[in-house]
Design a protein around this ligand. Structure first.
Ligand SMILES: *Cc1c(COP(=O)(O)O)cnc(C)c1O
Length: 387
């Protein structure tokens, strides 16, 4: 047993990060100041998107995206079941209904063929949009999903909480950065400490659509605007209008300062994640009973998670815990949560994701994982699988 257990993910805070936060604490603005705009502009440039809107967490970002796209009672949206609850809950917050679509057994992402099947089996107009997730950091081929969405008049929210900095290759051979919004209507990112960029709590929504940008900003601050071009009347310099029922989903400048500082090291963190993934791949190749994640040359995997599949997952999980390795399971499928079972989902509804869930385990994956720690994890996994 190790003195200090090894977690599956961990933030990396440097002296520069601390200094950036202190500088903002001593400045004129703790919220709604210049650091928010700087973070939004730099993040948009990082993912190649025209616009970015900073929010207090990704759950809020997903809610804003759903609101901006007009999700309302009576609407139905197709969502992947292999994700954190927020990817589907954002539709329920707006009163919409959720249909889950099973995953691809190789990539663990929503299966495009099964999506088409659901769309073909239901009357036109049944669905308003889809929420896809770049699960574990594996970037979706959005060209494929955009074609399907366009044929059926759907919007796309891409939950890229696992995948800032990832890219995929389009049919013309161009690299497309996750979140650039050439194909998705909105993309949402999280800055929770286990994610690539940490601000404590925080998130970002990117879009290429000026109409959505306006609505995201409106809903972020109570539905209130001061923009003279949007006001219905103007009583004077003090005057603002509440035009929609919005929220307070703002990020603080303190967090944005941390975000800007973290973002400057994002590439470095991704490279380290690639190294760690390669080392796991090599260590487990040829070991019977361990399935490593799929990776191909036409994508850049962001490796938020490094997930293996083993026969006796519970046994390995318990053994690793007892040896000081805090491996995790991502995730119990969403359609089997008690809340979504109330819609009639049950065991057997989505066989591929349920089979994946029986075997998956996320091993420690974060840039400051040391070689010694990783070797310890590798040795313990192999020890268990070989016994
Ligand atoms: C972390 C995460 C969220 C929620 O992010 P918060 O910033 O904690 O609200 C949503 N979707 C996915 C896929 C996530 O991993």
């Amino acid at each position: 047993m190790r003195e200090k257990p090894i977690p599956y993910g961990r933030q990396n805070i440097t002296d520069e990060d601390v200094a950036a936060v202190i500088e903002t604490l001593r400045s004129d603005y703790l919220t709604q100041g210049p650091k928010i705009t700087e973070f939004e502009e730099k993040f948009a440039a990082y993912v190649g998107a025209p616009y970015a809107v900073a929010v207090n967490n990704a759950t809020s970002g997903l809610h804003l995206a759903a609101k901006a796209l007009g999700v309302a009672p009576g609407q139905r949206v197709i969502v992947t079941p292999m994700t954190f609850a927020a990817s589907a809950n954002c539709i329920r917050y707006c009163g919409g209904d959720v249909t889950f679509c099973d995953i691809d057994p190789e990539t663990y992402l929503m299966d495009a063929r099964k999506l088409e099947k659901i769309l073909e089996e239901n009357p036109a107009g049944t669905f308003a949009g889809i929420v896809i997730v770049d699960f574990a950091g594996y970037p979706h081929n959005l060209e494929e999903f955009r074609k399907i969405a366009d044929r059926h008049g759907l919007w796309i929210i891409e939950d890229a909480c696992h995948a800032p900095g990832a890219w995929w290759t389009d049919s013309a051979g161009n690299r497309q950065l996750t979140g650039n919004c050439r194909f998705a209507d909105c993309t949402v990112f999280s800055f929770h400490p286990v994610k690539h960029i940490a601000t404590g709590e925080g998130g970002m929504v990117t879009t290429a659509r000026p109409d959505l940008l306006e609505r995201l900003r409106l809903f972020r601050t109570h539905g209130i605007t001061r923009d003279p071009s949007l006001l219905e009347k103007n009583d004077g310099g003090w005057y603002y209008e509440m035009q929609e029922l919005g929220f307070n989903y703002r990020l603080t400048d303190i967090q944005a300062a941390l975000g800007v500082s973290q973002l400057s090291r994002a590439e470095q963190g991704l490279r380290r994640r690639q190294e760690i993934a390669r080392r796991y791949d090599e260590a487990f190749s040829g070991i019977e009973g361990i399935r490593t994640p799929r990776r191909t040359d036409d994508i850049y995997h962001a490796f938020h998670l490094y997930i293996i599949q083993v026969e006796d997952r519970k046994g390995l999980y318990d053994f690793l815990r007892s040896e000081g390795v805090l491996a995790q399971v991502h995730y119990a499928p969403l359609h089997l949560m008690p809340y979504y079972r109330r819609d009639g989902w049950k065991e057997g509804s989505l066989p591929v994701v349920e089979e994946y869930y029986r075997h998956c385990l996320s091993l420690p994956m974060f840039p400051t994982l040391t070689d010694e720690e990783q070797q310890y994890v590798i040795d313990k996994v192999i020890e268990y699988v070989k016994r």
